[in-house]
Design a protein around this ligand. Structure first.
Ligand code: HAM
Length: 407
């Protein structure tokens, strides 16, 4: 029987070098931005006890109900590939007693996450997030700071910011009842799915693209009008701080995030260029999560953004030509050792240098130099010659110093 062609699993992809470079640069510059604001790196495992996500992300969410990659290990423990990073960060905060450190504890992370979703453009089963979290303070300045950091990291992408507040669990509970009875009053118009979930999560009805449901929800009561005075003041402060620095946002009372842990501020950056999967990055406050996971009552706020979606929403910026990328041409086999040594010397001097290793003719090597984007080719013949790949000018040089001064 012929064996099936081996391919990447559905919803996953290989990152090829060209794209890999852009991804690395994005993560590095995000890390630099976050470090300037005092965020340290925190790495948590790619898989955790299933219970962490069931308790942290919420039993009623799509993520926990149908999107987790869950498996049993050899000891019969149920483990899950992390679908998001906040629950793991909170677990680590509790596990390492970080509440004893000076607060807030500010961390960031990047790495692979896994959700068993139906793949489409911008939606994968393995994707990469950059995320940041600040635990141990409910100061609205942290909400505002985190929003501004995400805005800066997303700057090359074309995005708009939606902002709202979900209040606390009491006001949300009371509002949930009000919303349930409102939806029940219009039951015949809403979608089957919304009807089936009125009890469990009526808020999700705001998320529906079903025309009847949308019409009904346009007239629905809004949580943002039901916030208690403290939450309303907290939200007003977040907004005032964003206004202070001229950060534009759109108030969206129907903003729904797909995770259950949020309280107070929620936000999302969307890109019109992404189509259906328009969320590039988002987050909010989760003041009850650490407590829910067995830690001391600890406020928290954070966000995560998808690397793939950021790059999809960002124009490709042509890298400026590296003035010193050199291709070392080997015109004859007996020159190979000398060329090898020269290549090593160039690299040791901080110059990007590559040497011919595919046995091409000199003409073929020049073509290759062009392909790799070399700005100069050094021909290691009886004499050392340098060719400026941009102008085509070629001249004999005495030694490495002449190579390092651009011709
Ligand atoms: P999230 O909105 O579920 O939030 O995911 C954050 C970002 O991850 C999304 O905006 C999107 O760019 C990317 N993303 C999510 N699912 C996929 C997918 N299937 N394929 C490609 N990209 C995807 C969270 O995960 C929260 N932990 C954010 C947070 C941190 N809230 C507070 N702190």
């Amino acid at each position: 029987m012929p064996s099936a062609k081996l391919q990447v699993p559905r919803g996953t992809f290989d990152v090829l070098p060209e794209d890999g470079q852009r991804r690395r640069e994005l993560t590095c510059s995000a890390g630099a931005t976050l470090a300037l604001a005092g965020y340290g790196v925190l790495e948590t495992p790619v898989f955790e006890d299933t219970e962490l996500f069931a308790r942290g992300v919420g039993e009623s969410t799509d993520i926990v109900r149908k999107e987790m990659f869950t498996f049993e290990d050899k000891g019969g423990r149920s483990l899950t590939l992390r679908p998001e990073g906040t629950a793991g960060v909170c677990r680590a905060y509790v596990e390492h007693g970080m509440h004893k450190l000076p607060q807030p504890v500010k961390v960031w992370y990047s790495g692979p996450f896994f959700r068993h979703e139906t793949p489409q453009a911008g939606r994968y089963r393995q994707f990469t997030q950059i995320g940041a979290e600040a635990l141990g303070s409910d100061d609205p300045a942290l909400d505002a700071e985190l929003i501004l950091l995400l805005r800066e990291i997303l700057a090359p992408a074309d995005t708009r910011l939606r902002l709202s507040s979900l209040g606390n669990s009491e006001t949300r509970g009371a509002y949930g009842e009000e919303l349930r009875s409102y939806i029940r009053g219009h039951e015949s118009k809403v979608s089957e799915e919304v009807r089936a979930r009125i009890e469990q999560n009526p808020l999700r009805a705001f998320d529906s693209d079903h025309p009847g449901t949308r019409e009904v929800m346009a007239g629905a009561p809004r949580l943002i009008d039901r916030l208690d005075p403290e939450d309303a003041e907290h939200f007003a402060d977040v907004r005032a701080l964003l206004d202070e620095v001229g950060c534009e946002y759109e108030l969206d009372p129907a903003l729904v995030r797909g995770l259950d842990y949020y309280t107070r501020t929620v936000f999302e950056f969307e890109s019109p260029s992404l189509g259906a999967q328009s969320g590039v990055g988002g987050g909010g406050r989760y003041d009850g999560l650490v407590g829910q996971l067995g830690g001391p009552p600890t406020p928290g706020v954070g966000w995560a953004a998808g690397v793939e979606r950021i790059l999809l929403a960002s124009p490709e910026i042509e890298n400026e030509a590296d003035l010193r990328r050199i291709y070392v041409v080997v015109p004859a086999p007996e020159k190979r050792a000398e060329a090898f040594r020269l290549t090593q010397t160039l690299r040791a001097r901080g110059v990007a240098a590559e040497m011919e290793t595919a046995g091409r003719s000199v003409k073929g090597q020049m073509k290759q130099a062009d392909r790799v984007g070399a700005t100069a080719a050094v021909i290691v013949g009886d004499e050392l010659e340098v060719r400026n790949m941009l102008s085509g000018e070629q001249k004999v040089v005495k030694g490495i110093e002449d190579i390092l001064t651009p011709v």
